[in-house]
Design a protein around this ligand. Structure first.
Ligand code: URA
Length: 203
């Protein structure tokens, strides 16, 4: 897996607020938005585009039109990043993966998966917390069967263990705000930021 860790002072500023357990839901969402936008900016840097002529109030001018990629959020936390992605690419096709963590065993299982046309598309999986990588592996395998042009994961925080678990996917890229060292017994990322879905949703 090709790994890109965002090393941007604004990203680190946002991440600090996300990590802080005293951050309000309003600030949690706002910082997710800014950090997610920075990550999306990096992840989509090489998307294809075509020239497009416009006129400013003063003169003719050449612009560009970017072709929208496909986004696949992992429910529910991934919806936070979809919210941002659709601001940049309002006509993007969207797939969904529903994954649930067993509260006792901490094992994750997939209960729903639906994808749009993926062949020859640039595809981004939106998963704010890449912990064990267990949820992602079956989704990645399934997406690769459909021959995307490229596949990348966008995450706010990724654990070293999850990165190692997915390392055999040489053609998959990971764009993350931080790489954290460990997981606890409940498979939460440490230091991490807690349960992303709960904090973003307010549950
Ligand atoms: N999912 C979360 O929301 N947080 C973690 O630390 C790991 C998985």
């Amino acid at each position: 897996m090709r790994i890109f860790e965002l090393n941007h002072v604004l990203g680190l500023h946002c991440l600090t607020q996300l990590r802080n357990k005293n951050t309000s839901i309003t600030d949690f969402r706002r910082n997710t938005y800014v950090l997610g936008a920075l990550l999306l900016g990096e992840a989509t840097r090489k998307l294809e585009w075509e020239k497009y002529d416009i006129e400013t109030p003063l003169a003719k001018c050449e612009g560009i039109l970017v072709k929208s990629p496909v986004f696949i959020p992992i429910l529910r936390a991934g919806l936070s990043l979809l919210n941002i992605a659709l601001k940049f690419f309002p006509d993007a096709k969207v797939g969904m993966v529903g994954a649930q963590r067993d509260e006792k065993t901490a094992e994750s299982s997939t209960y729903y998966q639906k994808f749009p046309e993926i062949k020859d598309q640039h595809v981004f999986i939106l998963e704010p917390m890449l912990a064990t990588g267990g949820t992602l592996i079956s989704s990645i395998q399934e997406i690769l069967l459909h021959q995307p042009k490229s596949l990348a994961i966008i995450s706010i925080v990724a654990a070293q263990q999850g990165i190692e678990y997915l390392s055999s996917f040489e053609n998959v890229a990971l764009y993350t705000g931080a790489i954290d060292a460990s997981l606890n017994q409940q498979k939460y990322i440490v230091p991490g930021l807690g349960d992303f879905g709960d904090r973003w949703s307010g549950t």
